[in-house]
Design a protein around this ligand. Structure first.
Ligand SMILES: Cc1cc2nc3c(=O)[nH]c(=O)nc-3n(C[C@H](O)[C@H](O)[C@H](O)COP(=O)(O)OP(=O)(O)OC[C@H]3O[C@@H](n4cnc5c(N)ncnc54)[C@H](O)[C@@H]3O)c2cc1C
Length: 551
């Protein structure tokens, strides 16, 4: 391959012959990245074909909070959100591993992406006032929030029959997708009539309406299986649908937006930096885009990383025939609940952001292996009475798969935690909590820690700190999972996929979890995945449609 373009059809790619369909741009995947790329290209006058493997539109994005983290903008009155602060903040948590140029391009472009999306679709962004960054005390961090923007509630009635075609999880449990409690709270704040949706559904619905208005109709149950490439780069894709394989020409480019590889155990085992016991995304992200790009010689980056999250797995629970994992957020933040390992010791600030917890779960003890995985959430009867837990309403009866003991020691012996140490850990915890402190891990000391805690607490720390002193006591196992992976083909700031030689592969773009995330290990705040995904999708759509870089 030459420095500027592939000199021959890369091995494994199909070369051009006859086409079954032709467009300027072909987009693969209908999450935030793909929908934004397709919308941008269509709004700029390109003809677009949009393919989705699942029967539904929206991917992980549709079951998410739909929040986008845009670190430098002017939509938060009274909060100064500068580019310099944003870069300092991301740098402070990236441990030298972020793509500086890519991150800067994201930070500078993201607010203009918001303007563009609002101008060409039904999405309207609202600042999630007061939502702190995930590590707000780092340099450049914002304890007062302002960087996270959620989609305004949306009337699904505007989508006609497409309203039924958006990905959703069955609403059978508190922590399903974007959990029901948070959705209910958002719904409660909606003072309008109609078939109102919120969160990720609203983001996908608004983007989808914009696409349909521009004449782009997603083709669901169409899985991209191969890229077509020749001497001038990528010229199309092979897609598998109900009618079999067909070949679609992309005169100006193909955008891979097929999500991560979290549902492919081989890729997970080969690449992730530590155990990933269960994805919480819909089970369609199997690294298809990654494999297609690898066949063309794409350079890969950030392959060890994921958007990590602690998960619980209910015995026998499945989704689409696959073992199901559910993310845990509210339960580990609220008072009177801690996490311990099998030695009976705490190992992390339970209320910190989910992504940062992976390091603690991945700790590899020289003698004891993964000493903190699996772990247990241990809580008392008063926690259950006040807050409920997972599917259990406040004051409700716990299911029989919760470990239960009249005393701490009885509970520990039942589930396999070291009893004496667990009793000591809880005694120490209670003594510290009485003083509103957690000397070991600083729980309650960050503005973020209490955000999902008890709003009725008497002090900020008490939103998340509370004695564990009222039997019976409970233990629920948890482990580490992911919302998605964030490694893949490396790109430039316009989402152009780079060949291992360093040159862009002509005609090939990637965005969202399908690409090597610019932010490395970092997760800036709520929306830290969708903000970059939409921004790169926007830049890729612009570049492919116009042939010029957005500036
Ligand atoms: C419960 C939950 C809450 C979350 N909340 C937030 C939040 O508020 N903010 C935030 O930033 N992040 C959040 N996340 C993470 C976020 O949802 C994802 O990181 C993000 O949506 C990924 O976007 P994407 O477009 O890259 O991929 P996806 O949204 O996963 O879309 C990829 C699409 O590609 C399709 N696809 C796969 N293979 C093929 C193929 N071969 N051909 C065609 N199509 C294919 C898939 O079916 C899917 O529809 C949350 C995640 C979860 C699970």
């Amino acid at each position: 391959m030459s420095a500027t373009k592939p000199s021959q059809a890369p091995s494994g790619a199909t070369s051009a012959a006859t086409w079954d369909d032709t467009a300027d741009i072909v987009v693969l995947g209908t999450g935030a990245a793909g929908l934004t790329a397709a919308l941008t290209a269509a709004a700029l006058g390109a003809s677009v074909r949009l393919f989705e493997k699942s029967a539904y539109v929206g991917g992980t994005t549709a079951v998410s909070g739909g929040v986008a983290w845009v670190p430098a903008h002017e939509r938060s009155p009274g909060v100064s959100l500068t580019v310099d602060d944003a870069l300092a903040y991301l740098r402070a948590q990236s441990f030298g591993a972020m793509d500086e140029a890519g991150v800067e391009t994201f930070v500078r472009t993201a607010p203009r992406m918001l303007d563009f999306v609002e101008a060409h679709s039904d999405v309207r962004f609202e600042v999630a006032h007061g939502f702190p960054d995930y590590k707000p005390e780092l340099p450049g961090g914002k304890t007062e929030g302002g960087r996270s923007l959620g989609p305004a509630p949306y009337d699904l009635g505007r989508l006609g029959p497409w309203a039924e075609r958006i990905t959703r999880f069955p609403a059978d449990f508190s922590n399903v997708g974007f959990d029901a409690e948070t959705r209910a709270r958002l719904h409660a704040s909606v003072d309008i009539f109609g078939e109102i949706c919120v969160a990720g559904t609203a983001l996908v619905a608004g983007l989808l309406k914009g696409l349909l208005d521009h004449g782009v109709v997603p083709q669901t149950k169409h899985r991209a299986v191969e890229l077509v490439a020749g001497p001038d780069g990528v010229t199309g894709a092979v897609v598998s649908g109900d009618a079999g394989l067909f070949r679609v020409q992309a005169k100006k480019g193909v955008v891979i937006a097929t999500g991560g590889f979290e549902w492919d155990p081989v890729l997970v085992g080969d690449f992730l930096r530590g155990p990933m016991r269960g994805p919480v995304s819909p089970p369609n992200n199997t690294g298809d885009g990654l494999r297609m790009a690898m066949r063309l010689g794409a350079a890969l980056g950030n392959m060890g990383e994921a958007w990590w999250v602690p998960v619980i797995q209910i015995p026998g629970d499945t989704i689409d025939g696959q073992p199901r994992s559910r993310s845990v957020r509210l339960e580990r933040t609220r008072p009177r609940c801690i996490m311990v390992n099998r030695a009976g010791r705490r190992f992390v600030n339970e209320a910190c952001d989910y992504n940062s917890m992976a390091g603690a779960f991945h700790y590899l003890d020289p003698r004891n292996g993964y000493a903190n995985d699996p772990a247990w959430m241990v809580f008392d009867a008063e926690h259950l009475r006040r807050y409920g837990f997972l599917s259990v309403e406040p004051g409700g009866q716990p299911p029989n798969w919760f470990g239960k003991g009249r005393t701490i020691e009885e509970l520990a012996a039942l589930v396999g935690i070291e009893p004496k140490q667990l009793a000591e850990t809880i005694a120490e915890w209670n003594a510290n909590v009485e003083r509103d402190v957690d000397p070991a891990f600083g729980r309650g000391s960050s503005a973020y820690d209490g955000f999902w805690g008890d709003p009725a607490a008497s002090t900020p720390a008490r939103r998340t700190l509370g004695e564990i002193d009222t039997g019976p006591y409970y233990a629920v196992p948890l482990t580490v999972g992911a919302m998605g992976t964030k490694g893949g083909p490396k790109t430039d700031g316009d989402g152009r996929v780079l060949h291992v030689s360093g040159a862009p592969i002509p005609g090939l773009y990637a965005a969202g979890n399908a690409m090597a995330g610019f932010t490395g290990k970092a997760y800036g705040g709520a929306g830290g995945t969708i903000g970059p995904a939409m921004t790169v999708g926007f830049r890729a759509g612009h570049r492919a449609a116009t042939g010029t870089s957005f500036s």
